[in-house]
Design a protein. Structure first.
Length: 356
């Protein structure tokens, strides 16, 4: 049975959040091994460019739009806000915080994107309609779930026991700093993370506008990765001139670079563009909280991290909020389509009368 566009978009976004959950865990592990965060972004974007370029050339060699100077400048700014600034700030912040906090703080993206979209009139909220109220309630529930998941631990749930020694250690973060170092970076990490997500939300909104000028999504993804490789390369050379930082071995750092470059910067960026074109930027941003829940589940199943009541409650709120927004969006689309049909009906009748 063929899937509808709504089902495809939903599955694509869930798959994206799976990729992002893996990114937070692997990236933190690579950075803890001493890899330069700025160099990491360069290698990640370069890997994505090399992986996506052949597909873009083969699939869209006839479909790609002409690249004028104005369009190129827009793509340059798009790459600067998204893959460059947001990723550099994210990984610098990741050096000063934990993977759990990084994953949890992603949940500011839906509200931030929603607000920017309203300001730019790309998203409407009809307070009088139930679908408008549902969208607002969904955003509030997602943010509430993120707060619960991040700040409330509660009692542990004794569900998984196959790694007794691992399960007996305290939970709370997958790979974390301890003691004085954590206290020193308590403000710096969250502040940089917040700025990274401001840049990310702006990037998601800008992509929705960019797709009107350049519709070849694979080529657009590849161009962004290419330009970001150059931009992040300049930044890395300017701030990290240690040649040892650029060396990669057959280790966890290489695995993390390949994973983040191929699957996150490559596949997920393309899926994101496709979903933005079909459903809009706010729809895409609303799935961000799922990565927190997925990260907690992966840690519990694979590494036998203790699962706490706060994680379950936060997950329920996040899923409930996501459902409210998706329900509100679907009702809004139906309402708008019905209104459009109703407004066009008199015109059709007038045409029929004139032809008679």
């Amino acid at each position: 049975m063929a899937l509808s566009n709504n089902q495809k978009a939903y599955l694509a976004m869930v798959f994206m959040q799976l990729l992002y959950a893996g990114m937070a865990l692997l990236s933190k592990a690579a950075l803890n091994k001493g890899m330069s965060c700025l160099v990491f972004v360069v290698y990640r974007q370069a890997t994505a460019t090399l992986a996506m370029a052949p597909f873009a050339c083969i699939v869209e060699r006839k479909k790609a739009s002409s690249l004028s100077l104005a369009v190129f400048c827009k793509i340059f700014l798009l790459a600067l806000f998204g893959p460059t600034l947001s990723m550099d700030l994210y990984y610098i912040a990741l050096r000063h915080t934990t993977a759990t906090f990084a994953s949890a703080s992603i949940n500011v993206i839906p509200a931030m994107t929603f607000l920017i979209a309203i300001i730019l009139r790309m998203e409407t909220v009809d307070w009088r309609r139930i679908y408008g109220q549902s969208k607002i309630l969904g955003v509030v529930l997602c943010l509430g779930g993120a707060v619960v998941l991040s700040l409330y631990q509660g009692p542990s749930l004794q569900i998984l026991h196959w790694h007794v020694l691992l399960a007996s250690r305290p939970g709370g973060s997958f790979i974390s700093f301890h003691g004085e170092e954590e206290m020193k970076t308590l403000v710096k990490g969250p502040l940089l993370m917040f700025l990274a997500f401001v840049a990310w939300s702006t990037w998601v909104i800008m992509q929705a506008k960019m797709l009107k000028d350049y519709k070849a999504k694979l080529s657009l993804t590849t161009l962004q990765c290419l330009l970001s490789t150059i931009q992040t390369g300049v930044i890395a050379v300017a701030f990290d001139r240690n040649l040892d930082s650029w060396r990669l071995g057959w280790n966890l750092q290489l695995i993390s670079v390949i994973y983040c470059g191929l699957f996150v910067s490559g596949v997920s960026y393309w899926l994101q563009l496709w979903c933005i074109e079909k459903k809009g930027p706010v729809y895409v941003a609303m799935f961000s909280p799922l990565s927190v829940l997925i990260t907690a589940i992966i840690a519990a199943v694979v590494w036998a991290e203790l699962l706490y009541l706060g994680s379950i409650l936060g997950g329920v709120l996040i899923i409930g909020g996501l459902y409210c927004v998706l329900w509100g969006k679907s009702k809004e689309v139906r309402h708008v389509s019905v209104e459009n049909v109703a407004s066009e009906a008199p015109k059709d009748k007038m045409v029929d009368i004139e032809t008679v």
